[in-house]
Design a protein around this ligand. Structure first.
Ligand SMILES: Cc1ncc(COP(=O)(O)O)c(C=O)c1O
Length: 381
């Protein structure tokens, strides 16, 4: 008996590990990567109606046409002129990332990913047989992606670059000029750019620029998970040029067949309901962002940038100790879950990630407990 080498190359995510350690009733979770809002009422109603109408069977592999047309209109607002036939509806952005990598990467191929960056990029690259090659994202550059840092990592084996703006774990946006420059790199070297845009509508400062506006080597990945607080409905999508879609679809066909019919009905209704739901959510999140940045900045030894999007802060805690140990001692001594920066890559050392997709009350109580503990902790050193 034995398991594949593939499983030995990957590990349980640092985020899940923290959850598993937290058993206490008094725990405050600032580790969550999902909005704490119910889905839009229109989507709830659409699911009820779809169920009553027995809309509970397989759908076309790419997703129902009504949904793909809605997604094409949404992409158009981001400057991407997509034919619904160039869109595949997936089970969350997670499936989209996986099938894109499986379609692009051969054994030993390199995929350029951000460090710190979203936890799935390196493991999914490895599962596909590829080699993740990191480019550094620095606080000095406000955690913005630097085209020069990406260019340095391009080799003959590079198959793709993964972008993520607004980014997880930092909340930083990539500037228009840099998005354009990265598109130029993709064109010059003939490399696909996988652009993970799941936070594209959760923005407080600045503007989102889809790289799909500037190069047809862009593969845009997005989801309903964050924009409509639908993480549990598992619905995402990807857009790519026709030849890429044909290859990616082969993988989707065998791993997924089609996504959940009821979730697709929910997504159609969400898109039709307009942007009121997301705008209201972003207004609430903006207040929480200001609150958490203010509270963290008052703690000695903590330095916190104000993020432009998503719902995470990524404070520098390097004066206080190493990320993993600090996150663990915060959990043990205060019952507050935060995620060590190293869960997002080696360069996350010296940082922790806190999610503010939780109530103001939880933020005040959670950061209050951390502040009290760190003050004692600092005093003892
Ligand atoms: C940057 C990023 N990409 C993708 C995902 C996965 O999204 P989904 O839940 O739609 O699979 C997440 C979830 O946290 C994320 O933060």
């Amino acid at each position: 008996m034995g398991f594949s080498k593939r499983t030995s190359y990957i590990d349980i995510s640092g985020i899940r590990r923290m959850f598993e350690l937290s058993k206490g009733e008094d725990t405050i979770n600032l580790g969550l990567g999902e909005p704490d809002f119910p889905i839009p009422p229109e989507s709830k109603e659409a699911v009820r109606q779809a169920l009553d109408a027995d809309f509970t069977h397989y759908t076309p592999g790419k997703g129902i046409i009504e949904l793909r047309e809605g997604i094409a209109s949404k992409l158009k607002r981001n400057g991407i002129f997509a034919d619904p036939e160039e869109i595949i509806v997936t089970s969350g952005a997670s499936e989209a990332l996986e099938i894109v990598l499986l379609a692009l990467v051969d054994s030993g191929d390199e995929v350029i990913i951000p460090d710190p960056g979203f936890v799935s990029y390196a493991p999914l690259t490895r599962i596909a047989g590829g080699v993740p090659v990191s480019f550094v994202v620095t606080e000095e550059n406000s955690f913005e992606f630097d085209p020069a840092a990406i260019e340095e990592k391009i080799t003959d084996r590079t198959k793709a670059i993964i972008l993520n703006s607004p980014g997880n774990p930092t909340g930083a946006l990539t500037r228009k000029k840099d998005v354009k420059e990265i598109a130029g790199l993709a064109d010059d070297h003939g490399i696909f750019v996988i652009s993970d845009e799941v936070y594209d509508e959760i923005i407080y400062m600045g503007e989102h620029y889809s790289i799909g506006r500037y190069t047809d080597l862009a593969i845009t990945v997005n989801a309903f998970s964050k924009t409509y607080a639908m993480t549990g409905l598992r619905l995402g999508y990807l857009h790519a040029r026709e030849d890429a879609v044909e290859e990616i679809l082969k993988i989707h066909q065998y791993v997924q067949a089609s996504t959940c019919s009821l979730s697709q009905a929910a997504a159609v209704a969400a898109l039709k309901s307009g942007d009121g739901f997301t705008k209201e959510m972003v207004r609430t999140l903006a207040k929480r962002r200001d609150l958490i940045v203010g509270l963290l900045s008052e703690i000695e030894g903590v330095r916190c940038l104000k993020p432009g999007g998503a719902f995470y802060v990524f404070p520098n805690v390097s004066e206080l100790g190493r990320s993993a140990e600090l996150a663990m001692s915060i959990l043990k001594n205060t019952g507050v879950i935060v995620t060590p920066g190293t869960a997002f890559g080696k360069k996350g050392e010296g940082y922790i990630r806190l999610s503010y997709a939780t109530s103001e009350e939880n933020i005040v109580e959670g950061v209050g407990r951390i502040a009290k503990y760190l003050n004692i902790y600092m005093g003892q050193r």
